[in-house]
Design a protein around this ligand. Structure first.
Ligand code: NAG
Ligand code: NAG
Ligand code: NAG
Length: 184
């Protein structure tokens, strides 16, 4: 019942605001990260792999669970949100200690002290958009499972040792619906 009400109010919200969802793909030609999708996984953004999602059974029974293994986003100017249906949403931020791009947990607005949420900018082109971060995005192969963690370059933060790091452009393509109920 609570969920039904939340779904109804969310529907009202998205119709009036006309939220534009977009997926992100890494572009760095001639490199191993070229064309890898940007996915949410275990609290960080990564290149490759599959998105880590959760959707409650009650919502599933109502047919409200997006059935994808991908991640998408909203906004990108003055704040990047995750394409999540969970009431309250989920917001991306840059970890002040390591520069990793992370996102808030469902049902929580907690962001670490010093974390940045507003350094992203979005430019819409005729066939795709670009999500930018001041001095660029970097991916490092530090996960150990073939995926790459996404970092936002910060001059005062040292990237992980003993890993291979590459800069990339984050290319955005429009999507019509949120890719997940919530990212875990
Ligand atoms: C790096 O700089 C940012 C922005 O000025 C700040 O929020 C963050 O705490 C700094 N991080 C470290 C590890 O000094
Ligand atoms: C993507 O969505 C934006 C905002 O709704 C729109 O301005 C743009 O034309 C769309 N791009 C494409 C390629 O459809
Ligand atoms: C990252 O890439 C470097 C260079 O290709 C490689 O030597 C290293 O083993 C990789 N690290 C991981 C964790 O896969």
């Amino acid at each position: 019942m609570k969920t039904a009400i939340a779904l109804a109010s969310l529907a009202a919200f998205t119709t009036s605001v006309q939220a534009q969802y977009f997926a992100l793909t890494a572009v760095h030609s001639g490199s191993p990260i070229h064309f890898l999708p940007v996915n949410a996984a275990g609290g960080i953004l990564q290149l490759g792999g599959i998105s880590t999602h959760y959707c409650p059974e009650t919502v599933q029974h109502e047919g409200g669970c997006p059935n994808t293994v991908f991640t998408n986003f909203l906004g990108g100017n003055g704040g990047l949100s995750m394409g999540a249906l969970v009431p309250g949403g989920q917001v991306a931020y840059v970890d002040p200690k390591c520069g990793a791009v992370k996102y808030t947990e469902p049902h929580s607005a907690f962001i670490p002290v010093g974390a940045t949420t507003d350094g992203f900018s979005f430019t819409q082109g005729s066939s795709f958009g670009i999500l930018s971060w001041g001095e660029g995005f970097i991916a490092c192969n530090d996960t150990g499972d073939g995926t790459w963690s996404v970092y936002a370059f910060m001059p005062n933060v040292t990237l992980p040792d003993a890993s291979h790091c590459l800069g990339f452009d984050a290319v955005a393509t429009n999507e019509t619906k949120a890719a997940a109920w919530e990212y875990t």
